[in-house]
Design a protein around this ligand. Structure first.
Ligand code: HEC
Ligand code: HEC
Length: 297
């Protein structure tokens, strides 16, 4: 009897130690991914100084940076959960606590386009997989604008994730938000020249994040986060197959579909409303040129 108890004790003890080692291994694997140093040469991007370009840059920043880095780009809390940890969006200005003063042009290119921070480690959560597509002209305008924004004095906290968050991250409970891992750093597609063409529409649909949310083929995508709404099929195989251009404009800008359905805030109409008629026109041209795909599962 004593022997049986002893063996049960050893087995249970062994299992507990085994589970502990697996958990520790998974947490370490997450740490290794967050601490990996990427050494990459940022492309040289010309920085325009004219007011038209600065205005283009301002619109990119308002549509794609303010949502996380704040209306003044001074950063602040982005994610906070007792069980998972804290992630702040950093202060991008030249004020106290901001990184603007330390950032050279190449550092902006590396961070925005490649998702790599000043110390070479990957940025977390920031969708560089979409900014990756920005043309040199658009990225140059954005960087030029970022260097003109008023200084904001604000200290933000360094990221800290709990062991549970690291464990969950390692087993793929969240979508991979370390985009530096998935970006093809050396194979950037050349952006097409601006114009009323399907190619330019494809460029805008990627650079403005439509494909990031609605799926690479734009046939729809379900984010991994629990409760996140499905981003519907935008090819003619979905509801858009029966819409007019004007109805498409209205849906993107106001968040209300022709059938009167109000879209949730997961569709960022409050920012995308800034797309000009010309830009929405070419995105529509591109969406309509796609094969009518069945909705992605
Ligand atoms: C979805 C939220 C989100 C969006 C949108 C976003 N960022 Fe970020 N950004 C972050 C977070 C979070 C970090 C800090 C990441 C970390 O702690 O690893 C960050 C980091 C950065 C850094 C690197 C800071 C460093 O440590 O070196 C720069 C530069 C930056 N963002 C600029 C931008 C610009 C410019 C835009 C718009 C084109 C933008 N971000 C859009 C969330 C976002
Ligand atoms: C951050 C993610 C995100 C981005 C970026 C995004 N969308 Fe969406 N979009 C969604 C989600 C989620 C829905 C569905 C919302 C709902 O059902 O409440 C949606 C709904 C739509 C709809 C309504 C479709 C239908 O069948 O009802 C259209 C049209 C649309 N998006 C177009 C676009 C275009 C064009 C872009 C790029 C300029 C874009 N979206 C960028 C997430 C996004």
């Amino acid at each position: 009897m004593r022997n049986v108890l002893k063996w049960i004790g050893i087995t249970v003890g062994g299992l507990v130690i085994g589970l502990f080692l697996v958990a520790a291994g998974l947490m370490i694997s997450t740490d290794l991914r967050f601490n990996r140093v990427y050494t990459l040469q940022a492309e040289a991007v010309a920085k325009p100084g004219d007011t038209v370009s600065l205005d283009v840059g301002r619109r990119w920043a308002e549509m794609h940076c303010q949502g996380c880095h704040g209306p003044d780009l001074g950063g602040g809390p982005l994610f906070e959960d007792e069980a998972l940890g804290v992630v702040d969006a950093p202060n991008l200005t030249t004020g106290r606590g901001g990184l603007g003063a330390r950032y050279q042009a190449a550092d902006w290119v590396r961070a925005i386009r490649h998702g790599v921070r000043l110390d070479g480690t990957p940025t977390f959560i920031m969708p560089s997989n979409e900014f990756y597509y920005l043309s040199d002209t658009d990225l140059g305008s954005l960087i030029a604008y970022l260097q003109t924004v008023p200084a904001v004095d604000r200290e933000t906290r360094t990221r800290s994730l709990t062991p549970l968050a690291k464990l969950l991250y390692a087993v793929g409970a969240f979508e991979n938000l370390l985009y530096a891992e998935t970006i093809a750093h050396d194979e950037r597609p050349a952006a097409p020249p601006a114009g009323v063409t399907v190619n330019y529409g494809e460029y805008l649909a990627h650079a403005h994040g439509c494909a990031g949310c609605h799926g690479e083929t734009l046939a729809g995508h379900q984010p991994a986060e629990p409760g996140a709404p499905f981003a519907p099929n935008l090819t003619p195989g979905g509801e858009l197959g029966t819409w007019s251009e004007a109805e498409f404009f209205a849906a993107v800008r106001t968040g209300v579909t022709p059938a009167g359905r109000r879209l949730s805030e997961a569709m960022p109409s409050q920012y995308l409303a800034q797309l000009t008629d010309d830009e929405l026109k070419v995105i529509w041209l591109y969406l309509q040129s796609l094969p009518a795909r069945a909705e992605a599962p």
